[in-house]
Write a protein of this length. Structure first.
Ligand SMILES: [Zn+2]
Length: 414
């Protein structure tokens, strides 16, 4: 059975007027790290391409991979990234303050290890999570949060409604882009949202992808690359309305969108109009040429980077990489950076250590190994965290090690 299929209709407006504007070839699933005893097993790779909808201007993947393949055992824990924790803490406090008059029940969709919910005071909030990754429920149970280990769908929203009822606040952070059927997902939200409730979701923001050249956030788990204009039209289908938004730094640049039932909140029209103008005129998000040009720019940096790595290798210096994040998979596979160039990858997430990167099979180790194995160069593939990583490993620089930051412009830090 084929585990993926071509998407024929726009995920937001259902139009068939889709045009491929960025082609990353074929790539393995970004989070499918390999354990030692499965190294010999053949891995599946899937087409990774971007479509632009000529009708509503939404940017999305050309193919969808079976969700079960991607999310049943999820290795990414919100809690393991200090920056993520700080972001979610601030976010939870903002939401608690902004909507304090109806703080009673909150449902977090894609609740992961419960980090976000844990920042809502349990005295004021009845907190519920839902996340299909079965390995995560044990984390939330420990902190007293009930978590349903199922996908969020319209059908499953009925189960929750029967058991618990509706919610005053529903959140979904960096989840929407993972959802196979977005309309069904929004039908589920509509079903569970109390009359005066708010639905708040955060997604990676397309303008940031273009501005910061974060092409490596393109992988199969991210079906969509959102901008405000197509979303405004989309939510109307469910009798919902976007009344506000906020641009935030999370995940290399994201947009937090505030949604209510139609006519229930004052819409911040001026701010929204200004942002859409900027999406159109400043970032040119609604023109297909933008993405074609984007791929050319990415290719230029990739070519330069490979020349640099090969030069270093020729001098018999050792190179390691920092960060076995999902984006690393896109990065390595698109630029064809393999074991010949990189000896190993280090990652601070223990669950990833002693596994192997998808397809390239580069080993993933504890960050102590850059000292033990006397590496000369470390290329930071989690480049959105480079400041943090460099600060944490000042010792590496003291020992004459050098960091390479590949994007948005190649930089060598000594
Ligand atoms: Zn569309």
């Amino acid at each position: 059975m084929k585990n993926y299929k071509l998407v024929n209709n726009c995920r937001l407006c259902n139009s068939k007027k889709l045009r491929t504007v960025f082609d990353l070839g074929k790539s393995p699933l970004a989070n499918s790290l390999v354990i030692k005893k499965k190294l010999k097993k053949k891995e599946e790779i899937y087409p990774l391409r971007i479509n632009f909808c000529e009708n509503c201007k939404h940017v999305q993947l050309t193919h969808s991979v079976s969700a079960k393949k991607m999310f049943n055992n999820y290795l990414y824990l919100t809690n393991t990234s200090e920056q993520n924790r700080a972001h979610f803490k601030k976010y939870a406090h903002e939401v608690s303050k902004k909507f304090k008059n109806y703080n009673s029940s909150i449902l977090d969709i894609g609740s992961n290890d419960g980090t976000f919910l844990s920042f809502f005071n349990k005295k004021n909030f009845f907190r519920v999570g839902i996340d299909p990754a079965k390995n995560l429920a044990k984390f939330t149970k420990k902190i007293g949060i009930r978590q349903f280990p199922i996908f969020f769908t319209k059908k499953n929203s009925e189960i929750i409604k029967k058991k618990i009822g509706g919610f005053d606040i529903i959140t979904a952070n960096h989840v929407c882009a993972h959802v196979t059927n977005l309309s069904d997902f929004f039908n589920g939200v509509k079903n569970l949202l109390n009359e005066n409730g708010v639905f708040i979701f955060e997604v990676s923001y397309l303008a940031d992808v273009i501005k910061k050249k974060t092409f490596d956030t393109i992988y199969h788990e991210h079906s969509d690359y959102h901008s405000l204009k197509p979303l405004i039209k989309f939510v109307k289908k469910f009798d919902l309305e976007i009344f506000d938004f906020k641009l935030v730094d999370a995940q290399g640049g994201s947009i937090r969108v505030y949604v209510s039932n139609k006519g229930k909140k004052v819409i911040n029209s001026k701010k929204i109009f200004k942002q859409i103008t900027s999406e159109n005129k400043k970032y040119k998000l609604f023109a297909p040429q933008t993405y074609i040009r984007f791929q050319k720019e990415v290719n230029q940096i990739g070519t330069k980077l490979k020349i640099l790595l090969k030069k270093i290798k020729k001098k018999n210096y050792k190179i390691a990489a920092y960060g076995a994040a999902a984006k690393t998979t896109t990065f390595m596979n698109y630029f064809k950076i393999d074991k010949n160039l990189i000896e190993f990858i280090v990652d601070d997430n223990k669950l990833k250590q002693n596994k192997f990167a998808p397809f390239t099979h580069i080993p993933i180790l504890n960050s102590k190994e850059i000292y033990k194995k006397k590496v000369h160069f470390v290329i930071i593939l989690a480049w959105n965290y480079s400041d943090h990583i460099i600060k944490k490993h000042r010792l590496f620089l003291k020992k004459k090690g050098k960091f390479i930051i590949p994007f948005p412009k190649i930089k060598v830090i000594r």
